[in-house]
Design a protein around this ligand. Sequence first.
Ligand SMILES: C[S@@+](CC[C@H](N)C(=O)[O-])C[C@H]1O[C@@H](n2cnc3c(N)ncnc32)[C@H](O)[C@@H]1O
Length: 303
Amino acid sequence: MHEWLRLPIAAADDVARSVVDDLELLESGALDRHDFEVPAIVIGDSRSVLQGFPSSIVQTTVTSPPYWSLRDYDIEGQIGLESSLDLYIENLVAVFEQVRRVTRDDGTLWLNVGDSYTSGGRTWRAPDRKNPVRAMDVRPPTPSGLKAKDLIGVPWRLAFALQAAGWYLRADVVWNKPNCQPESVKDRPTRSHEYVFLFSKNERYRYDHTAVRGPNDRNVRTVWDINTQAYRDAHFATFPPALVEPCITLSTRQGDLVLDPFLGSGTTGLAAMTLQRRFVGVELNREYVDIAERRLRIAASAA
Ligand SMILES: C[S@@+](CC[C@H](N)C(=O)[O-])C[C@H]1O[C@@H](n2cnc3c(N)ncnc32)[C@H](O)[C@@H]1O
């Protein structure tokens, strides 16, 4: 059994009933979706945790899985340190197959994932003085078919794998970072963007194009300029609330359930709470759960 944390969001919240009970009641039809009281955090490996969730309860998922071979989160069962790229993609496809099952028929997935370069035969990453969190002990071998110094194209490889698994790939949003990290490179441009893919479970899905508008009341475009924002307690990449909020606003209504299977410091939970959506997050590392819990409790008490 996984450990659940239930975060009281209001004094009236019935904290006595556990989220597990809620999920069971929900599955048996005895509980209406709108009575499902969250936010909640489940501590465990999202590969197995999600298997315990009932089908078709989540309206949207906004998440950023660990990038391949970029960072050691220092915990057994972590995704991202697989010896091959294929295995990494396979593991993520397995998680997102569960995400697809728990997603409502008109639901969506917003997926942010970063890219990396092949190591060129090195088996460790040199400490990067300008970006210390990037230093780590191991680096996997160069994937077959690639050469030293190749950009791997991880986001697109994952997007194609999810498309093949059944998701509809609907948009590739470019998250442009005006304040991107400097890089000590002299033979290519400094990388200043990441992708956020929008997937849907079916051909038709909830997406309210009037809920967020671009300049001059235009439809939102695919390049979003948003500064990165480090969360002081986290030793890893967190995405800024400003990146998550439009995703949630465009694809859910108040009261809908939002999921993040790789919770980290809890940014998606924070955005969901701010926008009065229900939320459930999954995180493997207890230390990060503590950070997310603290962050969500502060937001709850300020509300
Ligand atoms: C890129 S971080 C997410 C950051 C998050 N978006 C934020 O804003 O803080 C990825 C997270 O996935 C977690 N993780 C790695 N493998 C996992 C697994 N198998 N199940 C659940 N969480 C996992 C890591 O511990 C890390 O916190």
